[in-house]
Design a protein around this ligand. Structure first.
Ligand SMILES: Cc1ncc(COP(=O)(O)O)c(C=O)c1O
Length: 399
């Protein structure tokens, strides 16, 4: 993988004054994504799926093409099984609210979910839906404990595929098999998985899968909801209206089949088109190469951080298990202070705080952490700069 060449595709990196290590929050976007979005605005800024004039037809074709590219990225058998949402959170809310769950049903998640895969299920408490939290140890899912939790009341297992805190990935195929043996549906939150490694929802046999496009080198304001065809047809849409209707009269409505049924109102066409181009860009690089690259960076970072005694890494010791994410704390310093100092002193941009995983941090009495997260454009020089900045920070403020 030619990282030097890849870096040239990202305008903000061409300026050369920052080290960007906050891709788990939001990735940078390459020129080709912006160019595709500009092309839409400049040449065919119309709506798709409604008008039949030449500009509208071009939009419809471009949206179809984006859907096909994104379906390929996640291994969805058919583009019709891929729905555009406004983000991963909306996709998860659609599933939680669209399944017919009620009194006595149970939803099992891990104990390290992002709020977007926690709060939508938590709200179903009002309908009598119970929760179970499968424990993780150092971010690794305890499969035996998970198995113990599976009984007939568990209608849904909804888990983070790769954690945004520890970077650990659950053994998804095994989880799906165990849940299906129990008769439970499986939802995977792929926000930190897709775009960093090869993903094949068909091979996983997962029932629903969600994606955050702004984290896969795509624009903000787009997410994906994948569902098996047989399940999407019974899932209730979160919102309905224009674009979702086959025919309506004053008393009743026939909704269109998926995906249109779930895509109410005019869509974020430029974002969707940019999303398709981002998917293509990543597939051209090769997702296996992206994974190896991030793992190599993370191993380098682990080695560098090991030389700084004030730093404590969260999650497993083996950097190979932490995807492109390293979360850590600096003894005697709050995570926000550390993040601000790293920016001020060295232009190294990381995320700090609880990373929207409040229950996990709260239950362990950890006030937050610093997270360095990587993507295709990071290199070993970035790792050195972060290491040097941490050395400087620690010797100035902590010794
Ligand atoms: C694991 C995980 N799930 C869900 C989300 C929410 O994604 P979005 O911002 O696209 O709704 C995030 C965002 O950081 C995440 O890291």
């Amino acid at each position: 993988m030619d990282v030097r060449r890849i870096r040239e595709d990202f305008p903000i990196l061409r300026k050369g004054d920052i080290v960007y290590m906050d891709s788990a929050c939001q990735s940078l976007k390459p020129d080709c994504v912006m160019a595709a979005m500009d092309l839409y605005h400049n040449e065919f800024p119309a709506c798709g799926g409604r008008s039949v004039h030449r500009l509208a037809n071009r939009v419809s074709i471009a949206v179809d093409e984006a859907r096909e590219r994104l379906a390929s990225l996640i291994g969805a058998g058919s583009p019709e099984n891929v729905i555009f949402t406004k983000n991963c959170t909306e996709a998860l809310n659609t599933i939680a609210n669209g399944l017919d769950l009620g009194e006595g049903d149970k939803v099992v998640t891990t104990d390290i979910e992002h709020n977007s895969n926690h709060v939508p299920w938590l709200r179903l408490k009002e309908k009598g839906v119970e929760r179970g939290f499968a424990p993780t140890v150092d971010g690794i899912l305890d499969l035996d404990a998970f198995q113990e939790m599976l009984d007939r009341s568990v209608k849904v297992v909804s888990m983070v595929h790769t954690s945004n805190v520890t970077g650990t990935t659950i053994p998804a195929k095994e989880v799906v098999r165990m849940a299906h043996d129990n008769g439970s549906l499986v939802v995977l939150d792929g926000a930190q998985h897709v775009g960093h490694t090869f993903t094949d929802v068909t091979d996983l046999d997962v029932d629903f899968y969600t994606v955050s496009v702004q984290k896969i080198l795509g624009p903000t304001g787009v997410g994906l909801l994948y569902g098996k065809e047989c399940l999407l047809k019974d899932l209730q849409p979160l919102s309905v209206g224009g674009g979702t209707v086959g025919l309506a009269d004053y008393e009743s409505v026939d909704l269109l089949p998926p995906p249109e049924r779930f895509e109410a109102g005019l869509l974020n066409y430029s974002g969707i088109i940019g999303a398709g181009v981002a998917a293509e860009y990543l597939m051209e690089i090769g997702l296996d190469k992206v994974k190896d690259h991030e793992t190599s960076l993370n191993r380098g970072l682990k080695k560098r951080l090991s030389s700084i005694p004030e730093i404590e890494i969260l999650g497993p010791d083996d950097a190979g298990l932490r995807a492109g994410i390293t979360s850590f704390n600096v003894k005697t310093m709050g995570s926000h202070d550390a993040a601000m100092i790293l920016d001020d002193m060295a232009g190294v941009l990381v995320r700090s705080g609880m990373h929207c995983c409040h229950p996990w941090f709260q239950s362990r009495g950890i006030p937050g952490c610093v997270r360095a997260s990587m993507h295709v454009y990071n290199d070993h020089e970035d790792i050195s700069k972060l290491g040097d900045a941490l050395d400087d920070m620690v010797s100035t403020f902590c010794r």
